[in-house]
Ligand binder design. Structure first.
Ligand code: SF4
Length: 222
């Protein structure tokens, strides 16, 4: 169980809200809303194995499975572009060499920053798997559909920092899975777009938290 494989997409679920991730992975719960449906429709368009093609001299692979045995990670990439490069890696039976670039599609760009940390960590996990499979050092970008813009991620430059953070996240996820324990609802969690609000009821207090409040009130009166 310590080395249980983790799907790349579940890292992002965990970072968004560990409680939501636990409901899905441990509680086997699922709920959808407008945001989930919109993201699924967008990914359906790019996750189509029939749609691998050549564009402007680049090979474009969609819906590609990748993995990393050292980290126990696996998942699909939205899109990998392969540009001919004599110093690159091979991607098929031919002797052609290519420089690879992961392109992750997101519907909406963040307001006050170039990219969300959660999204960049998801792409970092994809990079570690892609580099492992193809023995390369691929580039990484996020494409934001609403602004029709690519943002380059600094994952090569910050590899060490991201790797420490990722290993910490994986360890915590594996610990929860091992114990079968759903993480607590985080304090100050932003829940407005979450499809699990009706299941989770974030504003309803648990008996434990109510008891704690009563005990605190009683202590104040003494
Ligand atoms: S409603 Fe809030 S606390 Fe509950 S799972 Fe969703 S994001 Fe997490």
């Amino acid at each position: 169980m310590d080395n249980v494989s983790i799907a790349i997409r579940s890292i992002q679920h965990y970072l968004y809200c560990p409680h939501r991730w636990g409901l899905v992975e441990i509680g086997r719960v699922w709920a959808e809303n407008y945001f989930v449906t919109k993201a699924q429709l967008m990914h359906e368009r790019v996750h189509n194995p029939e749609s691998s093609y050549i564009s402007r001299g680049k090979k474009v692979f969609t819906d590609l499975w990748v993995y990393n045995d050292d980290l126990g990670l696996y998942g699909k990439t939205d899109c990998i572009e392969a540009t001919p490069d004599k110093d690159g890696c091979t991607v098929d039976d031919s002797c052609e060499k290519y420089k690879l670039c992961i392109v992750e599609y997101k519907p909406t760009a963040p307001q006050n920053q170039n990219f969300n940390f959660d999204d960049s960590m998801q792409v970092f996990a994809q990079k570690l798997c892609t580099d492992y499979v193809f023995n390369c050092d691929c580039d990484t970008v996020i494409y934001y559909a609403d602004i029709k813009k690519r943002v380059k991620l600094p994952l090569r430059e910050k590899q060490e920092e991201y790797l420490i953070a990722l290993e910490d996240i994986l360890e915590k996820m594996r610990q929860y899975l091992k114990n079968g324990k759903i993480p607590e609802k985080p304090k100050r969690q932003k829940c407005s777009g979450c499809s699990f609000k009706d299941v989770c009821m974030p504003r309803i207090k648990t008996p434990i938290s109510i008891r704690r409040e009563i005990e605190e009130l009683a202590e104040d009166r003494v």
